[in-house]
Design a protein around this ligand. Structure first.
Ligand code: NAD
Length: 364
């Protein structure tokens, strides 16, 4: 069998990051052994733990490691012990540094409702059943970066706040291409969300996405205004396949959509850059449960699946990891955050072991 080699930067981070990363590494080892793939795992420090060692949340050695890797796996960063620090050296700055250094421009958040966890959603079972949405959020433009920005004192003595919505054609084209490519690997339906009825920049967004769509005749492209999309996500989320949208709208819609599944410990994410990419669960370091072996490792394990699919061209293995997670839930194993009375309560490490066991079975 062909031997392949991938360099992966591993930043477990703070709080539950270390516990859930251990489980993710178990899964990588199984794939590596079975497929004879050499995953070179290089562990580094990022976040509060890096601050404690180096006085900075993202030392140069970690930045170099991230830059030279095929992909970066991150647990979570932050915690109350670092909250007194200046914003410039808080653990969370490590995320911005990593994103910047990897040239990350697309955030992917899959929103999948597992049949076994439908009752965890605040919405009715009949509404969330079967949802499988991929939200592709642009990360480099919009009001977050546009200039001018700031709060100024006016001549009348009253303050005025300004942020500027800016998108270049190239930024829109780049994210649109990424979204069409992803749609091609799924049900081939892409929805572009904008506010083209009010904002000129959004008119440009719609034009460019439509132009890009001409190169993807196999993908059905539709457009929707963001206010309608917010409503439709609650009314009938099962209608969506891939959604591509701007930085601001994506920020809000992806959190709204995350709530559909009702369990933060289940949701992975991918942030894709020019050459490398960062994979992490959407949740934080959960200091309230850190060190207790009760955290749910599934979002972290599902982030490994995304890494295999989007950075390492191993979609079949990614699917097997996802199947192993589904099977483990079917068998009734639950960590505390998703536990129901008739299910089997397991620890972080036990949950990882059950997924690993199912993965081994599926690989054989
Ligand atoms: P959080 O996501 O860490 O926790 C919110 C709630 O969800 C807590 O009750 C926690 O116990 C629970 N939870 C989260 N992940 C879980 C899991 N895998 N299994 C079981 N329960 C889980 O958000 P927070 O409490 O607002 O933030 C805590 C720290 O994490 C802060 O320092 C924050 O800045 C940081 N943070 C980091 C990231 C990141 O690293 N990407 C993201 C968000 C927050």
């Amino acid at each position: 069998m062909k031997k392949e080699c991938f360099k992966i930067a591993v930043f477990a981070g703070d709080g539950i990051g270390r516990e859930i990363m251990k489980e993710a590494l178990k899964i990588i080892k199984i794939i590596s052994d079975d497929k004879n793939i050499n995953f070179q795992l290089h562990e580094g420090l990022a976040g509060g733990c890096a601050y404690d060692h180096f006085g900075t949340p993202l030392p140069d050695s970690s930045l170099q490691l991230a830059r030279q890797s095929d992909a970066v796996l991150l647990g979570a960063v932050g915690g109350p012990q670092w909250e007194h620090l200046d914003y410039s050296i808080r653990p969370e700055r490590a995320l911005l540094g990593l994103r910047g250094s990897l040239g990350i421009y697309a955030n992917l958040r899959p929103i999948v409702a597992f049949d076994e966890l439908l009752d965890a959603s605040p919405l009715k079972r009949s509404i969330v059943q079967g949802i499988d949405i991929m939200i592709v959020r642009e990360l480099t433009g919009d009001v977050y970066f546009g200039k001018p920005r700031g709060i100024k004192q006016g001549k009348n003595g009253k303050r005025k706040g300004t942020n500027t919505l800016v998108y270049t054609e190239d930024e829109i084209r780049r994210i649109a291409v990424r979204a069409f490519e992803i749609a091609r690997t799924r049900k081939k339906n892409l929805l572009s969300v904008d506010k083209a009825n009010i904002l000129e920049t959004m008119e440009l967004w719609r034009d460019v996405v439509t132009e890009v769509g001409r190169s993807y005749p196999d993908v059905t492209l539709q457009h929707m205004y963001v206010d309608n999309c917010a409503l439709q996500l609650i009314r009938n989320p099962a209608q969506f396949d891939v959604i591509v949208t701007t930085n601001l709208f994506g920020d809000i819609l992806s959190d709204e959509a995350a709530m559909l599944t009702g369990s933060i410990g289940m949701l992975p994410s991918a942030s894709l850059g020019k050459k490398s990419a960062l994979y992490e669960p959407i949740h934080g370091s959960a200091p309230d449960i850190a060190g207790q072996n009760v955290a749910n490792p599934l979002a972290m394990i599902l982030s490994v699946a995304l890494m295999l699919r989007y950075s390492l061209s191993m979609p079949a293995e990614a699917q097997l990891i996802e199947n192993a997670v589904t099977e483990t839930l079917k068998e009734g194993f639950r960590t505390r955050d998703i536990h129901q009375p008739d299910k089997k309560l397991v620890s972080t490490a036990e949950m990882g072991d059950h997924v690993a066991e199912n993965l081994r079975r599926f690989l054989n």
